[in-house]
Design a protein around this ligand. Structure first.
Ligand code: 5GP
Length: 195
């Protein structure tokens, strides 16, 4: 146990949040490909897999009953209903194991989840990813083409509220270009910890 606490003190938990469609998932995907030294949490979700998504890689796709059981057994560090549609959560144990192993760890989660982590693990670094402009955010949401019109409207409404939360975060990264944003984030993850 002594080893574990020493290791966790030298590794950093970074929580990346930001408005819907800002590109959090894309930034995380670039880090997954280019920075294998960074551990990225795989969330559980009750939503269905999209084409190309792999169970256990992009998410653990679970039933409502499985999600309920994880809550009941206190297996989630945080969880939230996102876009009023499905539940998403961060399995607690893998995060603890990554930090104990001394790996920089990244959670890419929504704002409600980030607030819960702030209560449970206030020593984490909270990073807000923001678009260069509101118009750019709308363009990205429409361009992604994975949601129908009503769903897009709902997500934009959520995004408007989420943008206002920037001041709750330690640091803001503007996502002008995905590789630049990823590089900036990884540099933060490896920076010496605050006293
Ligand atoms: P999508 O369904 O497009 O993959 O993700 C929708 C939203 O769910 C994104 O804003 C993403 O950050 C958020 N999300 C993904 N995993 C988690 C999680 O484990 N916890 C929370 N609170 N939000 C998550």
């Amino acid at each position: 146990m002594a080893d574990e606490s020493t290791a966790s003190a030298s590794s950093r938990l970074v929580v990346l949040a930001g408005p819907t469609a800002v590109g959090k998932g894309t930034v995380a995907a670039v880090i997954r490909d280019d920075h294998p030294e960074v551990w990225i949490s795989v969330s559980v979700t009750t939503r269905a897999a999209r084409p190309g998504e792999v169970d256990g890689v992009h998410y653990h796709f679970v039933s409502d009953e499985e999600f309920d059981a994880m809550i009941a057994h206190d297996e989630l560090l945080e969880w939230a209903v996102v876009h009023k549609a499905a539940r998403y959560g961060t399995p607690r144990r893998p995060v603890e194991q990554a930090l104990a192993a001394g790996r920089p760890a990244l959670l890419e989660i929504d704002l409600q989840g980030a607030r819960q982590v702030k209560v449970n693990m206030p020593e984490a670094l909270f990073v807000f990813l923001t678009p260069p402009s509101w118009d750019e955010l709308v363009r990205r949401l429409v361009g992604r083409g994975t949601e129908d019109e009503r769903e897009r409207e709902r997500r934009l409404e959520t995004a408007r509220v989420e943008l206002a939360a920037e001041s709750e975060f330690d640091i803001t990264i503007v996502n002008r270009e995905v590789h630049a944003a990823a590089t900036e984030l990884v540099a933060l993850m490896k920076a010496p910890l605050r006293a």
